[in-house]
Ligand binder design. Sequence first.
Ligand code: IVH
Length: 677
Amino acid sequence: MTEQDEILSLRTELHEHNRRYYVLHQPIISDQKFDEMMRRLQDLEKMHPELDDPNSPSVRVGSDLSDDFKTIKHKRPMLSLANTYNEQEVIDFYNRIKEGLKGEPFQICCEMKFDGLSISLHYEKGCLTRAVTRGDGVQGDDVTNNVRTIRTIPLVLPPDLDYPDEFEIRGEVIMPFAVFEALNKERLSRGEQPFANPRNAASGTLKNKDARVVASRGLDAYLYYLLSDELPFSEHNKNLEKARQWGFQVSTATTLANNPEEIMHFIKQWDEQRHDLPYATDGIVLKVNSLDQQRSLGLTAKNPRWAIAYKFQAEQVSTPLREVTFQVGRTGVVTPVANMDPVLLAGTTVRRATLHNADVMNALDLHIGDNVLVEKGGEIIPKIIAVDKSNLPLQRGPRVAFPTHCPVCGTELVKNEDEAATYCPNDQCRPQLLGRIEHFISRKAMNIDSLGPEMVDRYFSSGKIHDPADLYYLTYEILCPPAYDLFGVPIPDNRDHLLEKKILQGIQASKSVPFERVLFALGIRFVGEIAAKILARNFKNIDNLKSATVEQLLELNGIGLVIAQSVINFLNDEANLQFIQRLREAGLKFELSEQSQVEQSDRLKGKNIVISGVFQQHSRDEYKTIIEQHGGKNVGSISAKTSFLLAGNNMGPAKLEKAAKLNILILSEDDFLQLLQ
Ligand code: IVH
């Protein structure tokens, strides 16, 4: 067998093993054997880029191609469903159908309503050709590369099955609870913001620009709607049954109901049983089963008349309140947090709930030891709805009061009449100082990822750093001071202190972070990423920004009075100016680079450019921006489609070799900048 044939046969076999594993749950080979075949396929594919196939099973591992999403118009608009919340509204829906169908008999297909994000998949001759998000219903994002990494979505259907040449199948991309919890745990340990709920996590993941990240996140999908000019059946449920035979994951939790009682029975049954499902559901979808009847009922402006969603009531549980703690954040806002006995709620264990602010907390009239009713609405962070009055202890504990003084530094707290938040006004309060450093190093700010919250805490506690500017004055000697024995003789140190070296490198590297992110990193209240970008682009440097008036700031789209006032206050404070001065002296960027100020051009239009190595004149991120500004596309890995390689120092030999093998042009930093002039 030639290598080319081997590639083709490995692809067919691996598709089939994927289907057996993920859809049928009946694998016939060991994981080890599967991995072995996959590795062989990957090796062969590397040697034969001419046989590149976007539907190869190897894309499940995720390619490192990064892609901005194209907007694509849906072939058939993706409508949403009207919602109902109680039995009467379901009966009203049923009666509307009955009336619309003028007495014809009809059946309602009842299905789970998956809580994720809807996706439209297109297949041509059994191959996945396109995956598009719902977007605004008329057009959505092309997320094909990312969807290809979802293992339960078949890339290629087995040959010889009776699917139409062209069809679309819609469904929901979801993140199972277990995957969601593990992901959030990992994010928290890295000091990143956790996702609010599995739906947000699924959506954030599917919109990630790096398919490798998507591949690693364990997304899943359920399909619930088949569309084609040549559908196999004229009944919705039979079409879904067919789709299951073709290899799609279709839920078996469905039924055909003949009357409103049967619908309500299904709803009640799943309102209880859904808690045993490994993924989030937020209701039941009811669809007229006959496609002819669907057509005759038609659509309203926004929704089909033939379907409706019944939304479950959010689940509530009762659990004793043990303590309320008061957390001080980076900006000094004090947030009350309820700590309760752990209780299982909508698939996850709940221990803590935010009480938001003093007004919300006081309105609840909480006493320690009270049973409180906890609910999870759309968000994963649970809410305390009320004290469970039906289940109060005989002797109520002490009433929870909002403190008058900061629980950390003891300063008297401040609450403005027109604001919900209560503040600790002492900007030297430990959690504020630590919070400012953590914000400064976070990914979207200076991105010093070698330095996590734990190390920040350690360096802060040992007095090595007090504010973010101190980071730039750290040295190897400060981080790894020599130890002395009792006689004052230095103890030889054989450790390699890799972590400290990495931290120092990360701090150095952050000096090339562009101005807009430095501005965000400063932690000016209300100045988020977007506001920072707007300010940087318009004022170009910190001195211009410092001399801006409120009126000038308000002229900018996206900058309102609260932000404008906050910027002016911050830049008129002597301590902040000194802080900025120290950062400036350390070499951070306080003006837009020339490259980001240049007019955009389309000199790199249609070019796929790979960046590799270490650069002298601009950072990698800056080069990415420059490429985009000139209409080019930065891609992650070299393939036959790469236009050229922008090569810095210390490039990996594998990349160089691959570029040479595929005859790809290699440009140095100077060549590249010259090209743009
Ligand atoms: S059918 C025209 N079935 O709920 C009918 N939708 O507002 C189109 N959803 O956007 C949808 N589970 O994202 C359908 N079994 C299910 C569903 C479902 C979840 C989502 C879908 C849609 C939204 C309805």
